[in-house]
Ligand binder design. Sequence first.
Ligand code: PAN
Ligand code: ZN
Length: 202
Amino acid sequence: MEIRVENGRVAHPFFVEIDSHSGKMDGDATHIKRFLSKLINVFADTDAAKDYLRRHGDTLIYEVYEKDIPEANGEVRFCSSITYPGKIGNEYFMTKGHFHSRPDTAEMYWCIRGKGYMLMEKEDGEHELEEMHPGRVVYVPGYYAHRSINIGNEPLISLPVYPGDAGHDYETMEERGFKHIVVEKNGRPVVIENPRYGRMRG
Ligand code: PAN
Ligand code: ZN
C-alpha cells in the first residue's frame, strides 16, 4: 500500500503486512541488506571477519525493511529488523548500532521471533543488556546507542518504532564503537569490554 504524503506529512491511513516468520514487509518498503564485506570493522576481531568472508563468501548479516515515512516531528517511523544467526570469531552476528541524530529520542523494539539481546549504551559507556524473545518489547530511552544481537539459531526479528525525526548517527559507532560487546564463552553469551573501543577504524 502506498503512502500518501502531503506537505511532508503522511496524509492518509495506510497499512503494511509483515510476515512473522521471515520478517518480510510487503509493498514498496525500502529494503536494506547489510553484508559482511561492509561490516568487517564492526566486529571486534577483524581477522576473524576476513577469514569468515574467505571461507563462506559475502554473508548477509542483517536486513531491514523500512517504510518511507517522512522524517518529520510528529510522524512515527517503523521497520522490520532481521538479524541472522552466526558468529564472527566468538562474537555474535549483530546490527551496526547507532545513536539517534536527535539523541533524546527513544525507541521501542517489539521482538517477534528468535532470541537475542538489545545492547544499549550511553555516551559515557554505561550499558544495559535486555533479552529479546517473542512477545517482549524493549524500550530504548533517549541518549542510548542501541544494537540488536542474535544469540540463537534462527533469525532474530523485531519491529522497531521510533519518532520520525530521530535520525541515525552511525559515525560515532564507526569511529569509537560500543564499549561493550557480547561474545560466546563456554557456550554462553557474556559481556566483555571491546578490545578495539575508541579505534574501530584501525
Ligand atoms: C532500527 C535499526 C535497525 C538496523 O530500525 O535501524 O535495527 O540497525 P542499524 O540501524 O544499527 O543498522 C533503529 O534502531 N532505528 O532507529
Ligand atoms: Zn534507533
